[in-house]
Design a protein around this ligand. Structure first.
Ligand code: AFP
Ligand code: FBP
Length: 344
């Protein structure tokens, strides 16, 4: 991982240089700038917390607002969704957008010009953390609108993760950090709050191939499949067990924050199949969480799998489809996959 040079590079300059290098076109450049601008607004709202009146559940007392996932929405979920929708409606770079918080995708209204890209986002991931002042984030994924489609619908979004042209997340923590890939490495930009610009702080993040750290919600242990029981059992056995080394565990319950730690210092993140979520296919969302994070992780030298298949090759069948997820340090993900394939 190479630290940023002494010559400060803003996100705007970085994107112009990517365009000059022929890695992105002007439309994609604008799209990323608009998403980054929306993330700045969300960062301000998250930072205000109770002072901005944005904590707590959306809806009225006794009648919580429920999203398509069947989860009670937080006020900041709704606000972040509105910020992203409004910011992306009029720029002419998008054909349609889809959000984890909305039942269906939305084509860009006819009053605005339509572009060639499809944008998917989870406006505020890890929202159970908002009210307790722990890191949350925004995740996004960009696909091409299929050729000849003028009014995109849900089915046009059902492209495998390998078709993504860009992906990223913004983590709202002690710092606000945007992590981005356009398919040529994974790069981190820290928000300079005084200047209001995202500045390149890590070019080419690299995830160590080996690790001694894992992230899982251990309270689900009794619901896991046998291969996951065996895998974590061996991690916990430490240096006296078959793995021959001690492992540490971290779980923030905010995928953005957990993945950011793993991109920064290695580790394996897992949300496996369990008997509570088996009928849904898993807990995490393929299109809004697993695919963009897998793209970022692979571009940083890591790996991402369902336990049985490369995540980016899963053919989506629904906009809100769920999948099991294992991602992070390459060799550790390979070990987790071996346990799953051995029990196939
Ligand atoms: P919310 O955005 O609904 O809080 O869900 C966050 C999340 O999808 C992901 O970011 C976490 O890794 C995971 O759920 C946490 O799951 P547990 O509640 O089982 O710990
Ligand atoms: P650091 O400040 O050195 O990171 O230590 C933090 C801490 O003392 C507590 O804040 C935290 O609950 C605990 O260590 C974490 O311990 P462990 O590493 O065993 O999970």
């Amino acid at each position: 991982m190479s630290p940023a040079t002494s010559d400060p590079i803003s996100l705007t300059r970085f994107l112009i240089e990517e365009k000059r290098a022929g890695r992105i076109n002007p439309e994609l450049r604008l799209l990323i700038e608009v998403v980054a601008r929306a993330c700045k607004r969300i960062s301000v709202a998250v930072g205000k917390g109770a002072l901005g009146g944005v904590l707590g559940d959306a809806g009225s007392p006794g009648a919580a607002s429920i999203n398509i996932q069947g989860e009670a929405q937080k006020k900041l979920d709704v606000l972040s969704n509105e910020i992203l929708l409004e910011a992306n409606a009029w720029g002419g770079h998008l054909a349609a957008l889809a959000s984890e918080e909305m039942d269906h995708s939305q084509p860009i209204p006819d009053v605005h010009p339509r572009g060639n890209y499809l944008l998917l986002f989870d406006p505020l991931d890890g929202s159970s953390n908002i009210d307790v002042n722990v890191s949350v984030g925004t995740i996004f994924s960009v696909l091409r609108c299929p050729e000849g489609v003028t009014t995109p619908a849900d089915e046009h979004f059902l492209q495998p993760g390998t078709a993504q042209v860009a992906a990223g997340y913004c983590v709202y923590g002690p710092q606000t950090t945007l992590v981005l890939t356009v398919g040529h490495g994974t790069h981190a930009f820290t928000l300079d709050r005084e200047v209001g610009s995202f500045m390149l702080t890590v070019r080419d993040m690299r995830i160590p191939e080996d690790t001694r750290e894992f992230a899982v919600n251990a309270s689900n242990q009794r619901f896991w499949e046998p291969p996951m029981q065996a895998y974590v059992g061996d991690l916990l056995a430490g240096k006296d067990g078959p793995r021959g080394k001690d492992f540490n565990m971290r779980w923030i319950a905010s995928m953005v924050a957990d993945v950011h730690r793993i991109l920064t210092r290695g580790g394996i993140f897992s949300y496996p199949l369990d008997s509570k979520c088996a009928s849904k296919g898993g807990k995490l969302r393929l299109m809004y969480e697993a695919n963009p994070m897998s793209f970022l992780v692979e571009q940083a030298g890591g790996a991402a799998s369902t336990g049985r298949q490369r995540l980016l090759e899963v053919q989506p069948t629904g906009l809100h489809q769920r999948v099991p997820v294992f991602l992070g340090s390459k060799r550790e993900v390979e070990v987790a996959v071996r346990y799953h394939l051995a029990h196939a």
